[in-house]
Design a protein around this ligand. Sequence first.
Ligand code: PRE
Length: 116
Amino acid sequence: MTATTPTTPISPTSPTSPITSTSPTSTEKTGARTEEAADVIKGARERIDALDDRIIGLVQERMAVSAVIQDARIASGGRRVNLSREMEILTHYSEALGKPGTSLAMTLLELCRGRV
Ligand SMILES: O=C(O)C(=O)C[C@]1(C(=O)O)C=C[C@@H](O)C=C1
């Protein structure tokens, strides 16, 4: 009879497994240098995520309304694009938000009527 050494199987979750992982701390995740600042940032980021969801929903709603207008104009024999109306929209956004507002309006128009 041969002597055998008892062995303990090592599962991937065993504490002796060499695989280790740690999740980033709240300051690492936020870039803050204190836990207090990290808490403020975490709360504000949740508000931003909620705002972004609403903004995306509004953009999708704008695309749907714009499609109604474009479809009606095209069905009547007109063109997809109406440049005088686009100028009004660009002016509206630039007056409210400055030069980046113009870029934002151009992006919205591209989303709504495609590239021209
Ligand atoms: O107001 C229109 O006539 C539209 O067709 C809507 C819209 C827009 O998305 O705002 C889209 C295309 C036009 O070139 C101008 C504006």
